[in-house]
Design a protein around this ligand. Sequence first.
Ligand SMILES: Nc1nc2c(ncn2[C@@H]2O[C@H](COP(=O)(O)OP(=O)(O)OP(=O)(O)O)[C@@H](O)[C@H]2O)c(=O)[nH]1
Length: 468
Amino acid sequence: MKNINLGIFGHIDHGKTTLARVLTEIASTSSLDKLPESKKRGITIDIGFSSFNMPDYIITLVDAPGHADLIKAVVSAADIIDLAILVVDAKEGPKTQTGEHLLILDYFNIPTIAVITKIDLATEEEIKRTKSIVSAVLNSTENLKDSQIIEISAKENKNIDNLKNTIHKTLNSLNITRSSDEYFKMPIDHAFPIKGIGTVITGTILKGKVSVGQDDLKIMPINMNNIKVKSIQRFKKEEKEAMMGDRVGMALHGVDAKQIYRGCILTSSNSKLEIVDKIVAKIKMSDIFRYNIKPKMKVHLNVGMLIVPAIVVPFKKIKFKGKEENIILKEIQKGDECYCSFELDEKVMAEIGDNILITRLDLPPTTLRICGRGEIVEFKSMKDLNIKKEVIRTGNIKIDKNRVFIEGLANSKSSAEKLIGEVVELPDKNITGKLKNTFGTKGYLTADFDGEVSNKDKVILNRLRRWG
Ligand SMILES: Nc1nc2c(ncn2[C@@H]2O[C@H](COP(=O)(O)OP(=O)(O)OP(=O)(O)O)[C@@H](O)[C@H]2O)c(=O)[nH]1
């Protein structure tokens, strides 16, 4: 049996909970509760989730109520969310959140089945229209063009079998891989004391593996160390170990349940997680974001399990005189790719390589507020990045009585003098020149060029200045 994590997404009231109930109820009568093991079981500690069985698969629903939490779940756990169902009300059609969810699923390349729900409340015409919009929207994505569209009524149990077959077929077609090579990482959903057992925590393992008896665990950011695993349960069965993607309950030694809150992470001593509030990420702006990001703007950053306000400064990296330099970008818009420095209002737990999502929650909720996505490349402050601005001057080659000089770079002899030694480029000819001397009193300059120049050639002088 393969463990699958399935997320149900969609606009408010479009029928996520109802569909989850239908999928798990029908399945549970024939699956989990009838397993002989569960009859023998003692106290259940892997509580707080819904699941259902299918041939070869146990499917756990990603337990994340509310819009923001679902997005958090995808950003922080994209590696273990294997499949998504995106529900769309047949009568209403796609709404803002349908779009936002689809954007995120596309970003993180999560296989998706589009489900048109509540067909019992819609006319043929409405269903057809919604289907064609959904189909067009899916077609506009990068990764989800081939997604299936299924029409159902959860209330009247219409076409649920078809949906389940589609889920099954889709899972069969995926290459779901889990690795236990990395350090162990599990965000804690619940922590509570159970009499005779001790502190029990539940969660879904995002990285690595864990085994009974292991005693090198810690809880971040609250600094609880030397935690030992007393027992592990997975699908109500005692296990010796569990790994990436598994939803588990664990009894732990050395943990005070009262100190734990949602957002704490159970991890191994070789954890790569750091507690940071300064992040540098390589980002890609959404192709459909209609606004912009400017330096020092306040945005919201999804990082780890949190959404935190942050000051953003976009910049690019260029090679300048053989050295890599960080150059400020005055504005970034849809489709742009660059780097961003983020200074966060609060500390978060993250590691290099983690996904982030940038949103502008200052915009009205009726618009698409997701600016773009990114990947953390380093933890460094804006100051240490030493961001500069490019100051570009343009001039022209002038050839007068066999004398070659450049006009336009400076407007007086004294300001021209300050440029001596700088390197200029002739972008149309791939020639560079080193400014050598001033010429006359009008700010003209002479230069040593590494190629043949002609009258009126365009000359560019690009210099870097401190920014900020
Ligand atoms: N007639 C009919 N009603 C449905 C169907 N699916 C859901 N509903 C109803 O639609 C309403 C919203 O459904 P929910 O499942 O709560 O929607 P949701 O997306 O989970 O809502 P939020 O959690 O608020 O985002 C409820 O009153 C459901 O009973 C359906 O297939 N047919």
